[in-house]
Write a protein that binds this ligand. Sequence first.
Ligand SMILES: Cc1cc2nc3c(=O)[nH]c(=O)nc-3n(C[C@H](O)[C@H](O)[C@H](O)COP(=O)(O)OP(=O)(O)OC[C@H]3O[C@@H](n4cnc5c(N)ncnc54)[C@H](O)[C@@H]3O)c2cc1C
Length: 642
Amino acid sequence: MAKFETQVVETDLLILGGGMAACGAAVEAAYWAKKNGLKVALVDKAAVDRSGAVAMGLSAINQYVGLRDGANSVKDYVDYVRNDLMGVTREDLVANIARHVDSSVHLFEKWGLPIWKDEKGAYVHEGRWQLMINGESYKVVVAEAAKNALLQDGVGQIFERIFIVGPLMDGDRCAGAIGFSVRENKIYVFKAKATLAAMGGAVHVFKPRSTGEGLGRAWYPPWNSGSSASFTLQAGAEMTCQEVRFIPVRFKDAYGPVGAWFLLFKSRATNAMGGDYMVERKAELDKWVPYGHVKPVPANLRNYLGMLDVMEGKGPLSMRTEEALQKIADQYKDDPKAYKKKAKELESEAWEDFLDMTISQAILWAATNVQPEERSSEIAAAEPYFIGSHSGASGAWVSGPPDLQTDETRSQYFWGYTNMSTVKGLFCAGDASGASSHKFSSGSHAEGRIAAKSAIKFIVENKAAPSVDQSVIDAKIAEILKPLETYEQHKAETTDPEINANYIKPRMFMFRLQKIMDEYAAGVTAQFKTNKAQLERALELLAFLREDSEKLGAASLHELMRAWENVHRLWQAEAHVRTILFRDETRWPGYYFRADKPQLDDKNWHVFANCRFDPKSGNWEMKARPILHVFPQPKEHELLGG
Ligand SMILES: Cc1cc2nc3c(=O)[nH]c(=O)nc-3n(C[C@H](O)[C@H](O)[C@H](O)COP(=O)(O)OP(=O)(O)OC[C@H]3O[C@@H](n4cnc5c(N)ncnc54)[C@H](O)[C@@H]3O)c2cc1C
């Protein structure tokens, strides 16, 4: 096997990831590090300019509260998030992000992001909380500010194309991370006083709808593979909401966004018979009260009503683009010139919505002769994803802000440093921190800033650097490189290197994981349904897969990354299955359905379902944590938007 050199980097704050949360963290950390004479290092598996979920750009900023205009209050946002998550939300965390998020958006604008404005100069809203942007370069704009902040004045270093495999620990304290370059034969050992995990969520844990020809195509960009979850789990951090996956309903096969269609163009979605499931199945919502009666209807319940149609053979579901555009243009029908102008404007907005963030959807429309003003387009529920910053909620259980605690919450939600996990020195933001859903791109940036400031405070107050035994580092290096060695040792034993009794290639490993999750843990094939027996079978099969992870074989650095990505996915999968099994009810139909426990059980399960992997014993612990309120709860008529 080729020789690998090792580079050791010693820093004060280590930021893992280069996405929205990490870029926010970089800006804030640079400011506080400079004041305190500290160093910061940021490590991304890709290139920060185009990494993470925002890589291709976005067409809307999904969280803007509008505090300076008095448009909404922080409590309004907390109410919205709690209802959308069927009551399961850390109000302190959501409020903390909500009170800071607008300033991140104002920074984006200052840095050059074009936000749509109306004739009076006010932001154009897609919905109550969403702002329309020309966002194809959103990530480049945000990354440039992060890079400038870190690299100017010599405060920080940026390491790109370094894949982080796992944490380094000094007893119970996080002491940094270890990984490898995906371009050269080099191991990186990062030693830090505080580490901030921001490596996104996870995709391809479940079998995607697109296999074979379309493999790799998914709603969630394929490069986030559960590294945040596996990192925090391996460090021994308590995790929360691991059962809350996200299933977006999107334009079928290219996953184009539907937000602009539903919110801006006020489109309907109908089934094959022309029926509107939101109208025809309204009575179903009564079964999921109080959340079923809330406005807007929680995302999972909207999904569920459509899924019921599909399960009854009434698919496909269609976005009625032609009807929506016609309705808007009709407002100008008495003025033929204005009508033509409006129709043209709507058509270009429809295409631009895709070109800003899901170019493949525009290509698919073009390739299949779709003209949205003439013909409706199919929509479908995607396979499950883990994205705690969007409409999911999975992530680490982190300490809340001190000033937002009540006497009751303080003992449960606060242990010293905002956004620190239960592991000393390990901070989390964006998809890496849980129970604070709906932060999206802007809120993840704001949370990165919050977490970085808190991590710097931790470093200032905990000056002694943790230490890691060299023998531990040597063992980790051997473990990381093992797939290369296994492949090298056995590759000549068969004529096709893909097939070998002594190793499993990462691709085949991923297929096996996806099959288990798809069939037993409520994937697309199982119509998003599962039960106790299926989940127990999934755990049995995942245990065999974990055994086989030691036999992963990699022919190149690229495949070595694929090998470790899939081990990370396995961690995410196991935490998910264990937590669905633990939560003995169905809370989020439309995301998953426990067929053996088909109802919401607010009496026993209005709690956080948390889990922890104990690195010493190798055992998992499951724990229910109370849901406590920071804000007065809204009255029913307020929930109904009245
Ligand atoms: C399809 C889609 C559409 C969306 N639409 C919108 C929208 O319209 N508006 C909106 O506001 N939000 C939207 N979001 C949400 C938004 O993109 C996320 O909330 C946000 O990107 C989360 O930030 P993050 O930093 O946690 O993760 P990301 O931004 O995804 O960043 C993760 C980072 O971690 C790095 N990384 C991963 N693994 C490793 C590893 N092992 N080692 C080193 N680095 C690693 C990645 O390269 C990346 O830099 C959308 C998300 C998706 C997936």
